[in-house]
Design a binder for this molecule. Structure first.
Ligand code: UDP
Length: 403
């Protein structure tokens, strides 16, 4: 059985793997821990599932801890998330008190894992409050923000800033997202794992099964958006775009999504989506369990075009996942989608359902262009958004912070 790293060699080349080993050499034995708020669902969990074992394989003492909260906690942190993305939400003092209490409780539970760690990576707002309970900490603490916080709702940012300003450094997905903080700030774009169940090649048989399993017609174009049911992902806008195309071309629409344990709004948004879809037999709303990685992989592969019509997006792993599968992406002109969808090259960026519909129709009518964009998308993902690049940047940052 080859090592994990060796399996990437075929994709990214020997040099890249060699460089990772070299960079990791001085970090051997370093104790590092990542902390987030869910083991399944959403982009952060997706990344940690691979990043942590890879660090381990490089000789770093890496681990991953997940904080536990109650319903009120996730309600509060979802509001924080929405506020970071610009929604003017108020968070009642009771919810904030609960946020702090939950962080305090988790600090107690996680003390053995975090206290003596050399580097602690705290992901997003949920566990950001842990730091204040580690006044005797030995290592460096880094806050990793995955959210588009370029225009946050000020009162909520002001509240969270009290916690995050104390970190030794912070990491953001795009430079534009970074808020002024009194510590070094780094920019690292997220990534996908090309050998995971979500992204590895799929057999022709499995592809065939996918059509029948979800009742999809292989002869007609399939437009897909894979996302948690979240308003910022604009699933209803996707349905509107589909309807504008449907009058001209007999497309099918797939909205595939599940929940994340730290996202309490999913059920409500799903109901809105079902209402918007009505009884159209060509709209397929697939509610998938959090471990449906192979299914999502195959769905992305049977799709003609992938949409990610978000109105705010930290990065949008789903965009890279689609690009890696050679699909052009029509994405909302926002946040991390701008890094990935190079307008007119790897896909199109749009600002409305009308814009999305126009681009879908264009690509379906110009199949050569669709294929060309798909090739470029795959190449762009290969060069920029694979986990090996991500890991290299983490290692470089760890070296910069530790030495
Ligand atoms: N995802 C999934 N099941 C779903 C919906 C999404 O496994 O039902 C995955 C998706 O393939 C991607 C990640 O969750 O890997 C979502 O990351 P992204 O950055 O696109 O959005 P986030 O949910 O973090 O806002």
């Amino acid at each position: 059985m080859s090592s994990l790293l060796e399996r990437y060699e075929e994709i990214v080349g020997t040099e890249v793997i060699h460089q990772l080993r070299q960079l990791a050499e001085p970090l051997k034995g370093v104790r590092t821990v990542h902390v987030n708020s869910t083991r399944e669902g959403g982009g952060v969990a997706e990344i940690l599932h691979r990043l942590v074992p890879l660090k381990q394989e490089l000789g770093i003492h890496a681990s991953w801890e997940v904080i536990e909260g109650n319903a009120a906690f996730y309600k509060c942190t979802k509001r924080m998330h929405n506020a970071f993305q610009g929604t003017p939400v108020e968070i009642p003092p009771g919810l904030l008190e609960n946020y702090e209490t939950i962080n305090e409780e988790n600090a107690g539970k996680l003390r053995p894992a975090l206290q003596d760690s050399d580097l602690v990576f705290i992901h997003d707002p949920q566990p950001a409050g842990l730091l204040r309970y580690f006044s005797e900490r030995k290592g460096k603490w880094i806050w990793r923000c995955h959210i588009d916080a370029s225009r946050p709702h000020r009162p909520v940012w002001k509240y969270l800033k009290r916690f995050v300003r104390g970190y030794d450094a912070s990491i953001w997905s795009l430079a534009e997202f970074a808020q002024p903080l009194p510590h070094p700030m780094y920019v690292i774009a997220p990534s996908i794992d090309p050998i995971s169940e979500k992204n590895a090649d799929v057999s022709a048989e499995e592809i065939q099964d996918t059509y029948s399993r979800w009742n999809l017609d292989p002869k007609r174009p399939i437009i897909t958006q894979v996302s948690r049911f979240d308003r910022f992902k604009d699933p209803v806008g996707v349905i509107q775009a589909y309807r504008m195309v449907r009058g001209f071309i007999p497309v099918q629409l797939v909205l595939a999504g599940g929940g994340a344990t730290d996202d309490p709004e999913g059920g409500e948004v799903l109901e809105e989506v079902k209402l918007a879809a009505g009884d159209d037999p060509d709209i397929h709303i697939l509610e998938l369990p959090p471990d449906a990685h192979r299914e999502i992989n195959a769905i992305q592969r049977v799709s003609t075009i992938i949409l990610q019509k978000s109105t705010r997006e930290g990065f949008g792993l789903t965009v890279t996942e689609a690009m890696w599968k050679g699909k052009p992406v029509i994405g909302g002109d926002t946040g991390g989608i701008r890094l990935q969808v190079i307008n007119h090259h790897t896909g199109f960026r749009v600002n409305s359902p009308e814009g999305a519909a126009l681009r879908i129709r264009y690509l379906l009518k110009n199949r050569d262009k669709l294929r060309e964009m798909g090739h470029k998308a795959r190449q762009f993902a290969l060069e920029n958004f694979l986990i090996t690049r991500h890991l290299r940047e983490y290692l470089t940052l760890m070296l910069a912070i530790m030495y």
